[in-house]
Design a protein around this ligand. Structure first.
Ligand SMILES: [Mn+2]
Length: 409
């Protein structure tokens, strides 16, 4: 067993690794991350995760529900640390897995992966408490500076099950943590948004409302982006300074998160029911409306933006005709919010019309292989949400004092 595998085993049991091993790990991680562009290219299948916030036992539950590494490819959209009591173990485990399986683990930066924020919201204190010095916090912050700002997922299928017939028109499937299907939504040509479909449905029934093929052969009236376009993953959202994905690629990201500007906005912004741009109550980043998302997706050949950053009680929330989704992966946030968590599974397109090879460099989002799928335009990737609850109380050694929940951070 290599030293790295030993470290992974130790961290999986929620025991910190020695300081010199952290130093070595962070050094190796930085050498890997420095080679990645600001926007990492990832090929489906991949499971997309939102905020973790140091809830180590719930991260273990996430792996149990979503599949273990390296059997499942993961993309974590930041906010690994702060709030929870095990930021150190959570982040170091993810970092070990990144170094051990670099092509199967993608980590992008959240607004909490910052010196200033971790000093206030728990990670700094946790490192000091567990090591007696700030060295480990410093090593981790040096890694934060090298994390990518976003990812582009290519090659996601418009049907959920591999090898499924072309008339399998399931667009959204929601599963519980045992893997049972809670609800299933077919593709519909109508203008009704998928969130409306979700809201209107009786979540205890499994049904397909329309005749077979209804959605798959529908018009493109419900889609505003490229129907077979890529999925952009980013922690917070969009920026008024960024109208193309290529502009994200030009940012000098290897620094502390600035207080303003494009890099700050990508990590801090939120979608909202407004027109255009608005001021954010967080004091950093912006609010942005449906029109902003739809124009951005269209211009950049995107079918969907996946982001994290906001607590949603149901674990995920699609907005703006399914042009953007919030994924939240910290169940019972801060051990008190009572929410469930979710991960988003995107399956691999095996239809032969959209296979992409992973490359190490940045590739064009719409290059090579994107052709109109058989059966006409579709509304982007099929999505399977796995919803899960917090790990059982007896699986964790829980300190008595709960951290303060703060909606805005
Ligand atoms: Mn955040």
């Amino acid at each position: 067993m290599s030293d790295l595998d030993k470290a992974i085993a130790q961290l999986r049991s929620c025991r910190p690794i020695p300081e010199d091993q952290v130093r070595e790990l962070c050094h190796r991680a930085r050498e890997l991350l420095i080679e990645e562009g600001n926007v990492v290219t990832v090929t489906a299948p991949v499971t997309i995760c939102g905020d973790i916030h140091g809830q180590f036992h719930d991260l273990m539950e996430l792996f149990r529900v979503g599949g273990d590494v390296p059997d499942t490819n993961y993309l974590f959209m930041g906010d690994f640390v702060d709030r929870g009591f095990y930021s150190l173990e959570s982040f170091l485990l993810l970092l070990c897995l990144k170094v051990r399986y670099p092509d199967r683990m993608t980590l992008i930066r959240g607004n909490h992966e910052s010196r200033q924020i971790t000093t206030v919201y728990g990670f700094y204190d946790e490192c000091l408490r567990k090591y007696g010095s700030a060295n480990v916090w410093r090593y981790c912050c040096d890694v934060f500076d090298y994390l990518a700002l976003g990812a582009i997922v290519l090659g996601a299928s418009s049907t959920l099950s591999p090898g499924s017939p072309e008339d399998d028109d399931t667009e959204i499937e929601v599963c519980d943590q045992a893997g049972s299907i809670i609800s299933r939504f077919p593709r519909q040509p109508a203008n009704q948004s998928s969130q409306e479909k979700l809201d209107n449905s009786n979540k205890n029934t499994v049904d397909k409302t329309g005749p077979p093929g209804t959605g798959a052969s529908g018009s493109s009236s419900g889609s505003v982006g490229n129907p077979t376009g890529a999925i952009l993953c980013v922690h917070g959202g969009l920026s008024p300074l960024v109208d193309t994905v290529d502009k994200i690629r030009l940012i000098d990201r290897k620094q502390e998160v600035p207080h303003e500007g494009a890099m700050c906005d990508l990590l801090w912004s939120d979608p909202d029911e407004i027109d255009g741009w608005g001021l954010s109550p967080r004091g950093a980043g912006f609010l942005f409306g449906a029109d902003i998302v739809k124009v951005f997706n269209h211009r950049n050949d995107l079918s969907l933006i996946a982001r994290a950053h906001q607590l949603v009680m149901e674990g995920f929330k699609e907005m703006f005709d399914a042009s953007i989704v919030t994924v939240w992966s910290a169940p019972n946030y801060c051990y008190r919010c009572g929410n469930v968590a979710a991960v988003l599974e995107l399956t691999e397109d095996e239809s032969g019309t959209g296979i992409f090879q992973r490359t190490n460099g940045d590739v064009g989002r719409s290059s090579g292989g994107i052709v109109e799928p058989r059966g006409g335009p579709k509304n982007g990737p099929a999505r399977r949400y796995r919803v899960f609850q917090a790990a059982p109380q007896d699986s964790r050694g829980m300190p008595a004092k709960k951290p303060v929940a703060d909606y805005f951070l």
